[in-house]
Each structure stands twice: as C-alpha cells, then as structure tokens.
Write a protein of this length. Sequence first.
Length: 488
Amino acid sequence: MLTLLSPTKICKFLLIGLFVFFLPMVLSAQNIFPEKINICNTLNFCIDCGNPKATCDQFTLDYICDKINRKYILKDAYGSISFQVLVEPTGFSCVLSHTDVTNTPITVELIRYLNGNIWRPAIENGKPVFSSVVVVFRFAYGRISAQMQRVDLTELKPPGDPVIYNKKTVYANPSLKTYEFTTWTKYNSPLPDNVSRSCAIDKSDILWYASAKGITRFDGENFNAVNEFNSPFTSETAVSDITVDKDNNTWVYANNKMYRYNDAGWQIYDFKKFLASGVTRILHSRHGELLFTTKDGLVVLRKDKVVLLNKKRIPKLPSNNIYYAFDDSQKRLWIGTSKGTIMIDKEVITNFNTSDTPLKNVYISGAAEDEKGNLYFSLVDCNETAGDNDKEGIAVLKTNGRWLHYNDKNSGMPSNRVNDMLYDKNEHLLWIGTDQSGIVRFDMKDGWENYHNNNSAMPGHTIYQLVQDSKGVIYATTANGLLRLRKK
C-alpha cells in the first residue's frame, strides 16, 4: 500500500496490481500493461523499436519527479508504476497503458505530464516512426524518481510450449482449480529481472529474490529493493546465490564475496582461501551448518569454524567439483559431485558408483525429506547428454531402505531434468520444478499432476527454485517471472 499525503487529503493506493496477463507475439501494436487508456489516435506502432530508439532527456523526467515531490509528501511511499508511452513521429507523446490498477490521482497527474512531453521519435530506415517506450516511476526514501526502461522483446513473447516427453500419462490435474496463480515480471512490478535462479524465505516470510540484475525483497504485497542505499550492493549487482540459515541470517554470494545479513546489518565474510574457485551454491543444513559448494570441495561453516571437505580429506569423494550437498534428519551428509554421489554416515562412507541404486553414476542436484523420513533426490547423469535421459528424474529412498526411481517412462514425470524440489508439509506432497515441463505436483496417494503455461496461469515452463513460507504459500522463480502458488 502506498500512502501519499497532499496538503488537502490522503491518498492510499496499491501500486502493483496482483494480476496475471499474457502477451501475444510482439509483431504489431499492443498495449503491454493491464490498465489501458484509449485516447491515443493510432493503432500502428512498434514496441521500443528503431535505431535510435524513441527517448526523452533524463532532465525532463527529473523535472516531472520534482513537480510530484513538491506537491506530495512521500515519506511512506514505496513501490513503482510503469507507463507505456506512445511517441509519434512528430515527437508528441500519449500514454497507452500503465500498471496502477487503482488509477489514483498521482497516476492521473503523471499521465498528464507524460502526455505533455516532447520526445525524440524512433528512427527506422532513416524515417521517424510511431513507437512505444516504457517509463518507470519508483517511490522510495520519501521521493519519486524515474527512468526509461528498454523493453526486451524476447521477454514479451510467449515462452513457447512445454516439452512433455511422457506420452502415456493423461494429466487430469484435479487439484489445479484449488490454487491461485499470481505472476510478477519486471514489466508489471519492481522485479529487477524476470529470470532468477535463486531465492529464499526468511522467518518473517519475506521473500529474497536474487537475479543477475539485483535483489529485491517481497513481503507478499510490496517489493523493496536491496541497493546502494541499504546494502553493500548496487541496484544491478549480479547475485550468484542466496539463502537463509537456521538462525535467520541471510547469506548472499556476489562480486566473488560472501555477505551475511541480520539485525546487526551487513557483514562480509572472508573465505578467500576456501572459496578461491568461487561458490556455486549456498546451502543450509537443518543442524545449523552452512554448506558452500565449490570446484575445490565442500566448505562447511559451523559457528565460525570453517572446514574444507575434499579428496585430500575424504579419499572416497569422487571429485572435488561439488554440485550439491544435503544433510538428512539422521545427520547423514549426502554430497553430489561431477563424478558421482557419496553419503557420509558418521565414519561410514558410501560411494554410490559401486552400488546397485538409482544413484549409480549420477549426482544429486536437489533433495527433500518428508515427515516420515523418506528421502527424495533429483538426479543428473554424470555424463550429461542433450535431450531426455532416463537415468535422471527422481530417486526415492524409503525408510525401509528400499530405493525407487521415477522417470518419464515409468511414472507420471513429464520429463526427467529437475531443477528443484520442495516437500510441502501442509499438503503432504512433493512439488517438483522441471527444466522444460513446468511444475509437477506429486501426491504419494493420488498420483501426478503437471502445471505449465499451456494448461494454467503459469508464466512459463522453466522452473528454477521453489520455496514455501510459514503459511504454506509457494513461490517459484522461473525464466519468465516470479510465480506465487497459493491455496484458495
């Protein structure tokens, strides 16, 4: 909720509507934001096209912001509004659409200012053309600021069809109607980038969304940027990985450095001698350790004591190149390397390359455990090949020691490459994020369901990470935006 105090009244409005919309192929004129304004006199324009593209001076946008800052008290204002502005060949402008679903007075005022600007039109083949551009106004720290945001046309195109290798299973998806899908992108929200391979939920149910173009925090209603004003990072720092540990510390790996955030603020951890080759994953254990996967081994941090697990320390480790690690409720440590997987149970080490299990000659890339102690592992073939690989999929270790292996040939898995898994203790089922086929809902009693952009309100079919808050709400980072999956 954004509160704007004027000399005469208080205006409250939600900057970002919670909506899902799909965009057609961007080959012709279209309004890209949900709030349409039907006053412009053309149906023929391209989106952010031309060389050069349509633009106006930053001085002009700063002037608009100055007018708003002088008129309104923005102390408690936060969020953003995006406007799609049509720029005519003559340089005159007209707002086509925007993201403020409540159409508040400040939005009306911004539209008036934008419509009164003189712009430099886009040029194509030496001639000025009709083109639309995006301007984003952001509210933070008691002020409004603005900048143009260039549109990536590939991100506006539909994500394409999911790849379903499983041709035998008919997905009735009876539970689909019981969920509410909401999607945010950088075009309908302050999300820094549509692609995120890493996110985390802290104990206040704040989602930390990390991307190659910055970090933002989301409390379920509002986005708050993590930038140079409140952190060691800029608004466009490329973040490699992020997690929240057992003690509610947020750990961020960026700029080849490790950072920790808690109530005391930000702190840099100097692990250079252990992390010289760089960190690929930050993982937290249920027993309090932090696990950093590197090409030189697994770095374990516990109460400021650092230990490096590598082939020198553990000769049975197949490789120093660590991809994933997981400790289960029995304090067994599972380590996936580029050349296979091992499990350390006190002093006993099991190398699965010599076993007759689904883990033979594969490495684990993710893991989950249910309340009964059954373990679930996503698998990647050590000799990775293009296309579908039946050695991959999901391996399950039952509490009785029995192994199961699910792939798209013997189960309801739509495809075999899995990016992440989440065990839902509220519904007692497994959520699986696939690389090509969307999300899989695996209910051990009722079977398999598969949700993607062709059968649901999902933004796409590539799922990178799944997290869940204390209320059971699931967030998924994808190649096409941030997805929230909430029980109705």
